[in-house]
Structures are given as structure tokens and as C-alpha cells.
Write a protein that binds this ligand. Sequence first.
Ligand code: SAH
Ligand code: F3S
Length: 442
Amino acid sequence: MKRLYLQTYGCQMNQYDSDRIARLMEQQGYAATDSPENADLIILNTCSVRDKAEQKVYSALGRWRELKERNPALLIGVGGCVAQQEGETLFRRAPFLDLVFGTQNIHKLPAMVEDASMARERQIELAFHREPSYMEDAGAEPIVHGAKAYVTIMQGCNKVCSFCIVPYVRGRELSRPSAAIIQEVESLAARGVKEVMLLGQNVNSYGKTAAGELSFAELLARIDRVEGIERVRFTTSHPEDLSPALVAAYEKLEKLCEHLHLPVQSGSDHVLKRMRRGYTRREYLHRIEHLRERRPDVALSTDIIVGFPGESEAEFADTLEILREVEYDDIYAFGYSPRPHTAASKLFNDDIAEEVKRARLEKVLRLQAEISRRKNFARIGIVEEVLVDGIAKLGRGQMTGRTRANRIVNFPGSAELSGKLVNVRISGAGANSLTGELIGAQ
Ligand code: SAH
Ligand code: F3S
């Protein structure tokens, strides 16, 4: 039995891709190991959306160089967005590297590994595909995490947000055929899965580039009918594509969870324009208002970038203001970092000092912590339906799970509750989670 050490950076899409890598290599006789020292194959699945992603990759590779010197049969590979972005440069800067595979070439990995070990030759695959079939692993069982599973519905992005590298490293939008998606959801339900998370860079433009395909709202309606599935979520969506049909789906579809991640990025019209997001602050707020009219209990989360080139104090204040106005349940905030290929990196100077970015980030996070705490406190006394993920990190007989609105709930309970839907009366709240008492399984 050979051993695979797999390290993953980045988003849920990357987690999903890593699951696929692990499964494909398992079929080739590789078992997972959590120590690189014992591995026959080391794979680094990378992200390049923010920060000094490339440097992180080179320093991880630097640590493994010695392992390769000691064991020349060891194979080392880099996949994901940094592989796509850097390509051959990775071989130049890390000559001991064996494999570089881009975001749409995971299915080729087993053959690449075999060729690399037989021929002792480096392998590189960076092609983008025109057909979505590269997303299918024919005959393979879907990947399940307890009662939850991810399902890829599309890949790539056709938007032009000026800061974002995703369209360059994940390619153009491609939608997976709805028949394959529905079949996968059905087979997940048959294996006891209760919650599916539909994945894509911009899920609500699902089907737009495939003639005759269902729209995203239609796809949701079909998935809603799959027996056994209790909860449906998706990520991520662009505000511009929050169509009236999708808003209506929140009102009509029972299984669609009352949670939406809708990245706003900034509260300032000037910044939004420089970011080429395609909406104004008013339009964004209007869409949220419309959604809340239809589904008043919807929980909202968002992404924020602070320190975008030229962001003045007043423009930053507009971002704080939109956080106060919307009262999100959760946010992910980042300091701007220029990314290769992007329009923003070519057009604008990264002129906001690191200390200013850091201070703005802190302000945003502090404000959000206040809002989250207040909103969480308001839930004390309410009975929430929780899908139990497993034993809580803090231990002490505590279990952890999520409400339909994606709030984390910790409560005393036994390990057999894992994967079950239970009712918990909320008795305590913090900025990031709730605590409660079990009042019964469903
Ligand atoms: N498809 C998603 C986002 C993909 S990237 C969408 O529609 O928004 C995830 C998040 O990373 C983005 O929402 C953005 O907030 C952040 N991000 C992307 N590029 C960035 C950059 N150059 N600097 C800082 N944050 C960035
Ligand atoms: Fe990136 Fe904008 Fe697409 S943030 S992933 S280019 S919607």
C-alpha cells in the first residue's frame, strides 16, 4: 500500500477537489497519511485568490525538498490555482517537483503519477476544457461527510471583477449537465445524506452558457423534490444574478435553507465601480430588501475587501455603514492584495499602506462581532433545528451542528447524534456560535 500526503489551501471548491484527488488516488492503491515523512506521494492543492499564495507554496515545497533528496522515489505534485497560474515556473523554481496539474486536470492525476514514476519524467497538465465532462469521475461513488455532501454544479467564472484571479485560474464558466447533478443528489440521498451544498464560483449563473439547460432556480426546484434530502445550500453567488426567480425560490422551496452568502465587497459606489462589480450600493440593498420581504428569516453573509486601491476614509466608512444597514449574520473580510493578470493590478497602484489595511480590517471585524453577538443573543429561548456534525472541538461531552440558517450550535449530547437532525433550545450566545439544550431528535 502506498501513502498519499495531501495538503489543501483555500476555499470549499478546493476542499472538494482534494476529496476527489484522495478518492482517485485511493483507487490507485494510495492510502492517506498525515505525515509527509512517510509519504510516497505528496500533493499540495493550492489557492491563489489572496495574499502571498505563491510564496506559501514555495516555502512548503522548500520543506519537502530534503525528503526528496533522502527518498528519490518520492513524487511531489502541485495542483489547483497556483499550479494553473505559475505553470512551468514551478519546475524552474522547484526543480525537484514531479507534477504540476491545473484546476481542470484532476482526472488526469492517476495517469500523470504513473507516467512520472515509470518514466521518471516531469508531468504537467494545464489545459482548460470546453466540455464539462472533466468534472465527472465515471462510476465513482460520491464523496460524503457524515450527513452532508458537496456537489459541484459549475466551474469557472465569466465575470470581470477587477481584483479577482479566479477567471484566469479556473477558466470560463462551464455548467455540469443537470441530469448528472440530479442523479448524484439522488445517489447521495440513497446513502443517507441529508444536506447538499451546491458548489461553483458563481452558482446563480448556472446553465446560462449551456443551451437548453435548466436555470439555477429550476435546478433548485428539481433538487428540492429529491426524497431524503432535507437541506439544500449553495455557494457562491454574485449579486447581479440574484434573479427574481431565485428570490421566489426562497419563498417556495421547503428544503432551500434560509441562508444566502452574497458578497458585497464594498459599500462605496466609487469602489464598486473600480472593482467592476456591476451593481451599485442601492441596487444591492434593493435586492436584499426584496429577498427579506419574501423570506424574512433569511440569514445573510458576505465578503468584504478593505484597502482596495484608492479607498479613501469616506469610502471605507461606506463599507462600515452597509454592514450596519444590512446587519449580516457573518462576514469574511480581507485586505486587498494585487493578483497577477487582474485588471486592478494593472490599472491601479496598491496604494493603501499595510497598517491602514490592517486597521480597517480590525474595525470591520470588531463592528461585525458586535452585530453577530447582538443577533445571536436575540435567538436565546428559540428552538432550532440542528443537523449534528459531530463532537465539538471543545470536547466536554459537547456536540456541534448547524441550524438551517448556518449558525453553529454546541450542546451537551452523545456521539450517536452525529448526522441526525435534532431540536435544541438556545440558551447562550457568543459572536460566533450558540449554545443550547437538546430537547429531542426528529
Ligand atoms: N465567486 C465569488 C468569490 C471568489 S473569491 C464571488 O462571487 O464573489 C472569494 C473572495 O475572496 C472574494 O469574494 C473576495 O472578497 C476575496 N478576494 C478575491 N480577490 C481578492 C484580492 N485580490 N484581494 C483581497 N481579497 C480578494
Ligand atoms: Fe471572482 Fe468576481 Fe467571479 S469575485 S470568482 S470574478 S464573480
